[in-house]
Design a protein around this ligand. Structure first.
Ligand code: ATP
Length: 237
């Protein structure tokens, strides 16, 4: 199991954000974490990235417990946050090499990995372009490439298509599915948009801090993900 979340709970004062929250994601799976606003997705991401401390339940990444072996667990995680985090005044290439250096890679390794990441993202011809001049979809691609530069086995994305037009949304969704299928990357994709879920995806539906359904999307939502989501959560997608 590449990602394991078992019995995790979290409260903001009296507000219970996550309760007995459990699911596992196998290596190479694309798992959509689908929930309306306030379901607890961002709170889970904060626990997965150790922004918050897990005091109830257990989270393990590639077999490493995030509480007792945090460095090993975090080394296996790449993250794309909801808010864009590129340096807009740096070129695409510099954004990547800078991040690689932060991970302790030597200048040569950082350069090599950045070139490979640019190639994989289809952005080699934009390497010297400032992030500010890219489209929203291209920026997200750079963020994904950057999140993978230390070669993690798990990629976490928190609502990665927010603010993108329909074509860019579809392209990013396709790009990440391909990374899963071709490179064995394990993906956790948080979203409130049912049309981003494909029938073969693993689907975990969350609402008010609890897991309401968990399985292969085409099996737990045979008619449509939107119908199942609405029936379970009462929230239109
Ligand atoms: N800093 C905070 N203080 C108090 N309550 C919070 C805080 N952050 C989140 N919450 C509450 O915790 C619950 C889960 O919120 P969370 O942000 O994790 O959900 P979400 O699914 O990520 O939604 P969104 O997509 O809107 O971010 C909600 O009831 C929310 O109001």
């Amino acid at each position: 199991m590449t990602l394991s979340v078992q019995g995790v709970g979290f409260s903001y004062g009296a507000n219970r954000a996550l309760d007995a929250f459990s699911f596992n994601v196998e290596r190479g799976s694309f798992c959509a974490l689908l929930g309306p606003n306030g379901a607890g997705k961002s709170t889970l991401f904060a626990l997965l990235t150790r922004l918050f401390t897990t005091t109830e339940g257990r989270i393990a990444v590639a077999g490493h417990d995030i509480a007792t072996a945090p460095r090993k667990a975090l080394a296996e995680i790449g993250v794309v946050f909801q808010q864009p985090t590129l340096d807009m005044d740096l070129s695409v290439r510099r954004n990547l090499t800078y991040f690689a250096a932060l991970h302790g890679l030597s200048g040569r390794d950082a350069a090599e990995r950045s070139e490979a990441a640019l190639d994989r993202a289809g952005l080699t011809d934009r390497a010297e372009t400032k992030a500010r001049e890219l489209s929203g979809g291209q920026r997200r691609r750079v963020e994904i490439a950057r999140a993978l530069i230390h070669r993690p086995s798990v990629l976490l994305l928190d609502e990665p298509t927010v603010g993108l037009d329909a074509a860019s949304r579809a392209a990013i969704t396709e790009h990440v599915h391909r990374l899963c299928a071709e490179e064995g990357l394990t993906v956790l994709w948080a979203t409130h948009l049912t049309d981003e879920v494909r029938p073969d995806d693993r689907l975990v539906i969350v609402h008010r801090g609890r897991v309401l359904a968990d399985g292969i999307a085409g099996e737990i939502a045979p008619a449509s993900v939107a119908d199942t989501f609405l029936a379970l959560t009462g929230a239109p997608a």
